[in-house]
Design a protein around this ligand. Structure first.
Ligand code: SAM
Length: 261
Protein backbone atom coordinates (compact mmCIF):
# COMPACT_ATOMS: atom_id res chain seq x y z
CA UNK A 1 0.00 0.00 0.00
CA UNK A 2 2.82 2.29 0.89
CA UNK A 3 4.51 1.41 -2.48
CA UNK A 4 1.35 2.17 -4.42
CA UNK A 5 1.01 5.58 -2.81
CA UNK A 6 4.63 6.37 -3.63
CA UNK A 7 4.11 5.39 -7.30
CA UNK A 8 1.09 7.70 -7.59
CA UNK A 9 2.97 10.53 -5.95
CA UNK A 10 5.96 10.15 -8.29
CA UNK A 11 3.72 9.98 -11.41
CA UNK A 12 1.89 13.13 -10.31
CA UNK A 13 5.22 14.87 -9.89
CA UNK A 14 6.34 13.88 -13.46
CA UNK A 15 3.14 15.01 -15.25
CA UNK A 16 2.63 18.75 -15.54
CA UNK A 17 -0.74 19.98 -14.33
CA UNK A 18 -3.58 19.80 -16.92
CA UNK A 19 -3.95 23.59 -17.06
CA UNK A 20 -0.28 23.82 -18.14
CA UNK A 21 -0.99 21.43 -21.07
CA UNK A 22 -3.92 23.50 -22.26
CA UNK A 23 -1.93 26.74 -22.07
CA UNK A 24 0.93 25.19 -24.08
CA UNK A 25 -1.51 23.81 -26.67
CA UNK A 26 -3.18 27.20 -26.98
CA UNK A 27 0.18 28.87 -27.54
CA UNK A 28 1.09 26.27 -30.18
CA UNK A 29 -2.30 26.75 -31.89
CA UNK A 30 -1.79 30.52 -31.95
CA UNK A 31 1.66 30.04 -33.54
CA UNK A 32 0.22 27.64 -36.12
CA UNK A 33 -2.67 30.00 -36.92
CA UNK A 34 -0.14 32.77 -37.55
CA UNK A 35 1.87 30.52 -39.89
CA UNK A 36 -1.27 29.43 -41.78
CA UNK A 37 -2.51 33.05 -42.09
CA UNK A 38 0.88 34.13 -43.42
CA UNK A 39 0.95 31.23 -45.93
CA UNK A 40 -2.58 32.15 -47.05
CA UNK A 41 -1.49 35.78 -47.65
CA UNK A 42 1.60 34.66 -49.58
CA UNK A 43 -0.46 32.24 -51.70
CA UNK A 44 -2.94 35.02 -52.55
CA UNK A 45 -0.03 37.34 -53.49
CA UNK A 46 1.50 34.62 -55.70
CA UNK A 47 -1.88 33.98 -57.36
CA UNK A 48 -2.28 37.70 -58.14
CA UNK A 49 1.29 37.90 -59.51
CA UNK A 50 0.72 34.81 -61.66
CA UNK A 51 -2.56 36.17 -63.00
CA UNK A 52 -0.87 39.54 -63.80
CA UNK A 53 1.99 37.75 -65.62
CA UNK A 54 -0.46 35.57 -67.54
CA UNK A 55 -2.39 38.64 -68.72
CA UNK A 56 0.86 40.40 -69.68
CA UNK A 57 2.06 37.37 -71.63
CA UNK A 58 -1.24 37.01 -73.46
CA UNK A 59 -0.96 40.68 -74.49
CA UNK A 60 2.42 40.21 -76.25
CA UNK A 61 0.98 39.33 -79.71
CA UNK A 62 -1.22 42.46 -79.58
CA UNK A 63 1.84 44.58 -78.66
CA UNK A 64 3.81 43.11 -81.59
CA UNK A 65 0.94 43.77 -83.99
CA UNK A 66 0.60 47.36 -82.75
CA UNK A 67 4.35 48.03 -83.13
CA UNK A 68 4.20 46.73 -86.72
CA UNK A 69 1.33 49.08 -87.51
CA UNK A 70 3.04 52.06 -85.87
CA UNK A 71 6.24 51.44 -87.86
CA UNK A 72 4.30 51.05 -91.12
CA UNK A 73 2.39 54.25 -90.48
CA UNK A 74 5.38 56.32 -89.37
CA UNK A 75 8.69 54.83 -90.52
CA UNK A 76 11.27 55.79 -87.85
CA UNK A 77 13.68 58.60 -88.62
CA UNK A 78 16.01 57.68 -85.70
CA UNK A 79 16.25 54.94 -83.04
CA UNK A 80 12.95 54.85 -81.18
CA UNK A 81 12.47 55.28 -77.42
CA UNK A 82 11.16 52.24 -75.49
CA UNK A 83 7.53 51.22 -75.38
CA UNK A 84 5.92 49.56 -72.34
CA UNK A 85 7.29 49.65 -68.79
CA UNK A 86 7.64 53.33 -67.83
CA UNK A 87 6.28 54.32 -71.26
CA UNK A 88 2.87 53.62 -72.78
CA UNK A 89 1.98 50.32 -74.45
CA UNK A 90 2.16 50.19 -78.27
CA UNK A 91 -1.58 49.47 -78.55
CA UNK A 92 -2.43 52.68 -76.68
CA UNK A 93 0.06 54.68 -78.78
CA UNK A 94 -1.49 53.24 -81.95
CA UNK A 95 -5.01 54.13 -80.78
CA UNK A 96 -3.95 57.74 -80.11
CA UNK A 97 -2.13 58.32 -83.42
CA UNK A 98 -5.07 56.77 -85.26
CA UNK A 99 -7.51 58.97 -83.33
CA UNK A 100 -5.50 62.12 -84.15
CA UNK A 101 -5.60 61.19 -87.85
CA UNK A 102 -9.30 60.20 -87.96
CA UNK A 103 -10.50 63.26 -86.02
CA UNK A 104 -7.90 65.60 -87.51
CA UNK A 105 -7.13 66.66 -83.95
CA UNK A 106 -5.90 70.24 -83.75
CA UNK A 107 -4.71 70.53 -80.17
CA UNK A 108 -3.29 67.65 -78.14
CA UNK A 109 -2.11 68.19 -74.56
CA UNK A 110 0.08 65.66 -72.80
CA UNK A 111 0.98 65.45 -69.10
CA UNK A 112 4.28 63.55 -68.77
CA UNK A 113 6.76 63.38 -71.66
CA UNK A 114 8.57 60.42 -73.17
CA UNK A 115 7.88 57.87 -75.90
CA UNK A 116 4.29 59.04 -76.38
CA UNK A 117 5.58 62.55 -77.16
CA UNK A 118 7.45 61.27 -80.22
CA UNK A 119 4.48 59.28 -81.56
CA UNK A 120 1.93 62.01 -80.87
CA UNK A 121 4.28 64.52 -82.51
CA UNK A 122 4.47 62.36 -85.65
CA UNK A 123 0.66 62.18 -85.67
CA UNK A 124 0.05 65.93 -85.25
CA UNK A 125 2.77 66.73 -87.78
CA UNK A 126 0.77 64.72 -90.32
CA UNK A 127 -2.65 66.08 -89.26
CA UNK A 128 -1.45 69.69 -89.16
CA UNK A 129 -2.11 69.90 -85.42
CA UNK A 130 -0.09 70.97 -82.42
CA UNK A 131 1.12 69.17 -79.28
CA UNK A 132 1.69 70.80 -75.88
CA UNK A 133 3.62 68.60 -73.45
CA UNK A 134 4.15 69.26 -69.73
CA UNK A 135 7.23 67.78 -68.06
CA UNK A 136 8.32 68.35 -64.45
CA UNK A 137 11.78 66.77 -64.69
CA UNK A 138 14.62 68.74 -66.30
CA UNK A 139 16.46 65.50 -67.03
CA UNK A 140 13.58 63.91 -68.93
CA UNK A 141 12.68 67.20 -70.56
CA UNK A 142 16.17 67.23 -72.12
CA UNK A 143 15.86 63.56 -73.12
CA UNK A 144 12.47 64.13 -74.77
CA UNK A 145 13.73 67.27 -76.54
CA UNK A 146 16.65 65.26 -77.98
CA UNK A 147 14.21 62.59 -79.19
CA UNK A 148 11.97 65.19 -80.86
CA UNK A 149 14.95 66.71 -82.65
CA UNK A 150 16.24 63.30 -83.74
CA UNK A 151 12.82 62.46 -85.16
CA UNK A 152 12.48 65.85 -86.82
CA UNK A 153 9.27 66.84 -85.03
CA UNK A 154 10.50 69.46 -82.54
CA UNK A 155 8.69 72.23 -84.40
CA UNK A 156 5.19 70.78 -83.79
CA UNK A 157 5.69 70.35 -80.04
CA UNK A 158 5.52 73.00 -77.34
CA UNK A 159 7.54 71.10 -74.72
CA UNK A 160 7.18 72.99 -71.44
CA UNK A 161 9.26 72.58 -68.33
CA UNK A 162 6.68 72.66 -65.51
CA UNK A 163 8.11 71.86 -62.04
CA UNK A 164 5.49 70.52 -59.63
CA UNK A 165 4.03 73.12 -57.25
CA UNK A 166 1.36 72.95 -54.51
CA UNK A 167 -2.07 73.16 -56.11
CA UNK A 168 -5.45 73.60 -54.44
CA UNK A 169 -8.48 71.74 -55.81
CA UNK A 170 -11.97 71.16 -54.41
CA UNK A 171 -10.74 67.75 -53.21
CA UNK A 172 -7.77 69.27 -51.37
CA UNK A 173 -4.06 69.98 -51.85
CA UNK A 174 -1.91 68.27 -54.46
CA UNK A 175 1.29 69.00 -56.32
CA UNK A 176 0.78 69.67 -60.01
CA UNK A 177 2.60 71.14 -62.98
CA UNK A 178 3.18 74.83 -62.33
CA UNK A 179 2.20 76.03 -65.74
CA UNK A 180 0.14 78.81 -67.21
CA UNK A 181 -2.61 77.08 -69.18
CA UNK A 182 -3.97 80.32 -70.64
CA UNK A 183 -4.62 79.84 -74.33
CA UNK A 184 -4.86 76.05 -74.14
CA UNK A 185 -8.48 76.03 -75.28
CA UNK A 186 -10.23 73.50 -77.48
CA UNK A 187 -8.14 70.48 -76.48
CA UNK A 188 -9.12 67.52 -78.70
CA UNK A 189 -7.04 64.89 -76.92
CA UNK A 190 -5.73 65.11 -73.36
CA UNK A 191 -3.23 62.43 -72.37
CA UNK A 192 -2.81 62.02 -68.61
CA UNK A 193 0.40 60.03 -68.00
CA UNK A 194 2.25 62.20 -65.49
CA UNK A 195 3.48 63.24 -63.05
CA UNK A 196 4.81 59.88 -61.77
CA UNK A 197 2.67 58.20 -59.09
CA UNK A 198 5.62 58.44 -56.68
CA UNK A 199 5.11 62.22 -56.43
CA UNK A 200 2.09 61.74 -54.14
CA UNK A 201 -1.32 60.10 -53.67
CA UNK A 202 -3.75 60.71 -56.57
CA UNK A 203 -0.82 62.54 -58.20
CA UNK A 204 -2.67 63.06 -61.50
CA UNK A 205 -6.05 64.05 -60.09
CA UNK A 206 -5.54 67.83 -60.77
CA UNK A 207 -5.49 67.15 -64.54
CA UNK A 208 -9.29 67.30 -64.76
CA UNK A 209 -9.85 70.37 -62.53
CA UNK A 210 -7.07 72.07 -64.53
CA UNK A 211 -8.24 71.22 -68.05
CA UNK A 212 -12.00 70.47 -67.85
CA UNK A 213 -12.93 73.95 -69.06
CA UNK A 214 -10.42 73.75 -71.91
CA UNK A 215 -11.66 70.48 -73.43
CA UNK A 216 -13.37 70.70 -76.83
CA UNK A 217 -16.81 69.19 -77.33
CA UNK A 218 -16.14 65.56 -78.30
CA UNK A 219 -12.66 65.58 -76.78
CA UNK A 220 -11.13 62.38 -75.45
CA UNK A 221 -9.12 62.01 -72.27
CA UNK A 222 -6.62 59.13 -72.38
CA UNK A 223 -5.66 57.92 -68.91
CA UNK A 224 -2.66 55.63 -68.58
CA UNK A 225 -1.71 53.35 -65.68
CA UNK A 226 -5.30 52.40 -64.81
CA UNK A 227 -3.98 49.04 -63.60
CA UNK A 228 -3.04 51.05 -60.48
CA UNK A 229 -5.63 51.65 -57.74
CA UNK A 230 -4.75 55.37 -57.55
CA UNK A 231 -5.53 55.99 -61.23
CA UNK A 232 -8.77 53.98 -60.98
CA UNK A 233 -9.83 56.05 -57.94
CA UNK A 234 -8.88 59.24 -59.80
CA UNK A 235 -11.15 58.29 -62.72
CA UNK A 236 -14.01 57.56 -60.30
CA UNK A 237 -13.60 61.02 -58.73
CA UNK A 238 -13.54 62.69 -62.15
CA UNK A 239 -16.66 60.85 -63.31
CA UNK A 240 -18.50 61.85 -60.13
CA UNK A 241 -17.42 65.48 -60.48
CA UNK A 242 -17.73 66.04 -64.25
CA UNK A 243 -21.19 65.23 -65.63
CA UNK A 244 -19.89 65.68 -69.21
CA UNK A 245 -17.32 62.93 -68.79
CA UNK A 246 -18.02 59.23 -69.42
CA UNK A 247 -16.14 55.99 -69.90
CA UNK A 248 -15.59 55.23 -73.59
CA UNK A 249 -13.11 52.41 -74.08
CA UNK A 250 -10.39 50.34 -72.41
CA UNK A 251 -7.10 49.99 -74.34
CA UNK A 252 -5.20 46.82 -73.40
CA UNK A 253 -4.51 46.25 -69.72
CA UNK A 254 -3.36 49.69 -68.66
CA UNK A 255 -5.13 52.53 -70.48
CA UNK A 256 -8.65 53.92 -70.46
CA UNK A 257 -10.30 56.41 -72.79
CA UNK A 258 -12.91 58.82 -71.41
CA UNK A 259 -15.17 60.87 -73.69
CA UNK A 260 -16.09 64.47 -72.98
CA UNK A 261 -19.16 66.30 -74.24
C1 SAM B 1 4.71 57.35 -66.89
S1 SAM B 1 6.09 58.17 -67.62
C2 SAM B 1 5.35 58.32 -69.17
C3 SAM B 1 5.82 59.29 -70.14
C4 SAM B 1 5.17 59.27 -71.51
N1 SAM B 1 3.77 59.63 -71.51
C5 SAM B 1 5.35 57.95 -72.25
O1 SAM B 1 4.43 57.18 -72.41
O2 SAM B 1 6.45 57.70 -72.68
C6 SAM B 1 5.99 59.67 -66.79
C7 SAM B 1 7.28 60.33 -66.46
O3 SAM B 1 8.38 59.46 -66.62
C8 SAM B 1 9.55 60.21 -66.85
N2 SAM B 1 10.32 59.69 -67.99
C9 SAM B 1 10.43 60.19 -69.23
N3 SAM B 1 11.29 59.48 -69.95
C10 SAM B 1 11.73 58.49 -69.14
C11 SAM B 1 12.65 57.41 -69.29
N4 SAM B 1 13.32 57.24 -70.44
N5 SAM B 1 12.84 56.57 -68.27
C12 SAM B 1 12.19 56.74 -67.10
N6 SAM B 1 11.31 57.76 -66.88
C13 SAM B 1 11.09 58.62 -67.88
C14 SAM B 1 9.13 61.65 -67.12
O4 SAM B 1 9.39 62.46 -65.98
C15 SAM B 1 7.63 61.50 -67.34
O5 SAM B 1 6.94 62.65 -66.98
Amino acid sequence: MADQNETHASLAAEEPPLSGDVAALRAEMADLTEVVTDMHKRTKHLQRTLSFLTRQTRAIPAHVQAVQQLLTRFPPRAPLPDVGGWAMDPGSLLWMVDHVARKQAGLVVECGSGTSTVWLARAVQESGGHLVTLEHSEEYLAATRAQLEAHDVADVVDLRHAPLVPTTTERGEYTWYGVDTTGLDGIDLLLVDGPPGTTGPLARYPAMPTFADSLADGAVVVVDDVSRADERDMVEHWLAEQPRLRRAQKLGLNTEVLAFG
